[in-house]
Design a protein around this ligand. Sequence first.
Ligand code: ZN
Length: 150
Amino acid sequence: MKKILKVAILFGLSGAASLSQAACSFDVEVGDYLKFSAADMTVEKSCESITVNLKHTGQLPANIMGHNWVLSKNAEVQAVATEGMSAGLAASYVPQGDARVVAFSKVIGGGETTSITFSTSGLTAGEGYTFFCSFPGHSYSMRGAFNVNA
Ligand code: ZN
């Protein structure tokens, strides 16, 4: 409950809509801490594509407190995160050319923004997906449900 309230307050300040409502485009904030501003995200299969705008409001550089946004099926998050660590910062801590990675953004540091757009054609309605940060050590705290509605 505490977590949900904090997210609600963040959105209250920024004027953004609740991400638990289905949408095709999302603004997600991160900072010098291990948390996404979105607790969960819901999209509709009718979206032609999904856009995620990631903003790092902190001050620490990408090699210290970098964050990205990675999407995988629930069961594959752990393996992708573990293998991503050895891929390194230049590869955004994501295994390259890996089909288990549905979408990913580059790693950004404080003051930076990045944006990714990906097709919904690879998403299955009702399938359980998780978005997470693959920076080493972050995926346990920085993750949330990504729901795909029919
Ligand atoms: Zn992170």
